[in-house]
Design a binder for this molecule. Structure first.
Ligand code: KG4
Ligand code: ZN
Length: 366
């Protein structure tokens, strides 16, 4: 199965066998293009996908040592994502599927993130996650608590009411002048920090499985504002950026070297991780989940992995394992798309040529 993923700012293609074994996975990042803007610029993303898609697909086929005629089907992310970016992948996939006479599989990006937990690139495949699975899906655009009762059977338990967890990391990193993407930047900065140095709020939203992170972001803004250097210093420091082009450059705030950025990053990270881990463990207990899985870009966060393991062990005991994808398959990649597609084919959900991108596609409830 060839998978193609172009929903946001990574152009990716991968070959996966049987929904589990990754034969190749190529991810071409657009980091250099968006960094100076402090976030993804949709128009730039779409244009870069156009030039990157063919070489990325060719590299994935070469890496897997397969010929295009060896492919059984072509899978592509249908949504959710940026419309202009999704269209590039969809058209490439349709073109290939049509030319090769193979079926086209349209994959929900959120479902693909969850199925990243079935992927493996080592020779021995580990055990599959056992249903019912409690899944915490945490990415740049989504934060959802999902009960998965079987293949393709998802039930929403809760979601964020405002910012997604990854978005909170990204906005927090901007406020701290740590760059983009924010998750890894905050995680690195937090290593030397004391998470208890600053009191930052957690929105528990008791009695629900929902989350909220916008208050935390505002709290961080209040704490950091008085620490920033005056405007004049800021421009001087920023004048060396390599920004060109029609889109607005991001002016990062600048702090004195003595500012407690590590402590703030550690406190901010913990204020995101704690409600995610505690509420996921509670839901796993309530719904008698047999496995807890993490998915999405924020699943790469080591503190979240650690804390979730602790909470699940405490509440559900040692018989409920916590799984997460390998780092490479947490953030956007096409291996998860090709992986999910195998399970979609098994349940007979193929699409026709009329399939179109769906920028706001929700995870199917059934
Ligand atoms: O899944 P993903 O690659 O794209 C979306 O579908 O949104 O997730 C990207 C998000 C970004 O917000 C990024 O800051 C976050 O995942 N992220 C992390 C880490 N690595 C990526 N957040 C926290 N810790 C990380 N190590
Ligand atoms: Zn994603």
């Amino acid at each position: 199965m060839l998978g193609i993923e172009t929903s946001c700012d990574e152009t990716s293609a991968a070959v996966v066998s049987g929904g589990r074994r990754v034969l190749s996975s190529v991810v071409s990042s657009q980091f250099d293009l968006h960094e100076c803007h402090g976030g993804v610029v949709p128009e730039l993303a779409a244009r870069r996908h156009v030039t990157a898609i063919v070489p990325v697909v060719e590299q994935a086929l070469r890496g897997a040592g397969v010929d295009r005629d060896d492919l059984d089907a072509i899978a592509v992310t249908q949504g959710p994502g940026l419309a202009g970016a999704l269209v590039v992948g969809m058209n490439a996939a349709k073109g290939m599927a049509y030319a090769l006479g193979r079926p086209l599989v349209a994959v929900n990006h959120l479902e693909a993130h969850i199925y990243a937990n079935w992927l493996c690139d080592a020779p021995n495949l580990p055990e599959e996650p056992v249903f019912p699975i409690l899944c915490l899906l945490v990415s740049g655009g989504h934060t959802e608590l999902i009960l998965m009762t079987g293949h393709g059977r998802f039930r929403h338990l809760g979601r964020t009411l405002d910012d997604a967890a990854g978005e909170a990391f990204d906005k927090g990193a901007r406020l701290l002048g740590l760059g983009f993407p924010g998750g890894p930047a905050i995680e690195n900065a937090a290593r030397e920090g004391d998470p208890h140095a600053f009191e930052l709020p957690r929105a528990w939203l008791s009695g629900t499985h929902d989350f909220s992170f916008s208050g935390l972001k505002t709290a961080l803004l209040r704490v950091t504002e008085p620490m920033r250097l005056p405007e004049s210093d800021r421009e001087e420091v920023n004048s060396g950026t390599s920004h060109t082009g029609p889109f607005r450059a991001h002016q990062a705030p600048v702090y004195a070297t003595s500012a407690p950025i590590a402590d703030l990053a550690a406190g901010f990270q913990q204020a995101i991780v704690e409600p995610l881990a505690v509420k996921t463990a509670r839901a796993a207990d309530e719904f008698s989940a047999r496995t807890v899985v993490l998915a999405g870009g924020v699943a790469a966060n080591t503190q979240l992995r650690k804390r979730l393991k602790q909470e699940v062990l405490e509440l559900c005991g040692p018989d409920v394992p916590v799984a997460y994808p390998a780092f490479a398959y947490c953030t956007d990649n096409a291996a998860m798309v090709a992986g999910a597609a195998a399970w979609i084919i098994r349940r007979g959900d193929l699409v026709g040529w009329e399939a179109d991108v769906h920028p706001r596609l929700p995870l199917m409830q059934r």
